[in-house]
Ligand binder design. Structure first.
Ligand SMILES: [Zn+2]
Length: 156
């Protein structure tokens, strides 16, 4: 019989972007308890200056991003003997802001960046798609945390 190692979880949101709650230490301790070899805190990167939000409060406010980075790096150091902790950002594809975003991302010691599409032509996909999901699909998405597949915040 072979055993399989738990897969890393590299797409963890936190209270900083409002997609989760609680303290980041608790995430790390739970991951260690589950035997995960690696986790990644992937905060929703602040929108670039000049971008008009269609759905408010979906990203880490620019003033709070340094706090998110500082806390993730603190945890990375604190738990380095028990688990690998990566620092990441999730960023929407915003064609009119590509260079601005690229420049902003280089200012942080990110291990990786998750690209996402949560809106098209300013229309938020999560709300649009959510409307058309069956109750069973909504329940499954909320239960499994697969809301990010179709983008963003699930409304229960
Ligand atoms: Zn995400």
């Amino acid at each position: 019989m072979t055993t399989c190692c738990p897969a890393p979880d590299l797409h963890i949101h936190t209270r900083y972007c409002g997609h989760a709650g609680g303290e980041l230490d608790a995430y790390v301790l739970h991951a260690i308890q589950m035997g995960l070899p690696e986790i990644g805190f992937a905060g929703h990167f602040p929108y670039p200056d000049g971008f008009v939000e269609t759905v408010p409060n979906c990203v880490i406010p620019a003033r709070d991003f340094p706090l998110f980075v500082e806390e993730a790096l603190r945890l990375q150091s604190r738990y380095k003997e028990s688990i690998a902790i990566r620092l990441a950002a999730e960023i929407d594809f915003l064609p009119d802001f590509t260079e601005q975003i690229r420049s902003a991302l280089t200012q942080w010691p990110l291990d990786y960046v998750i690209g996402s599409v949560h809106m098209l032509d300013g229309i938020p996909l999560s709300i649009t798609i959510w409307r058309y999901l069956s109750p069973a699909s909504r329940s499954w998405a909320a239960r499994t945390g697969c809301g990010s597949v179709t983008g963003g915040r699930w409304r229960r």
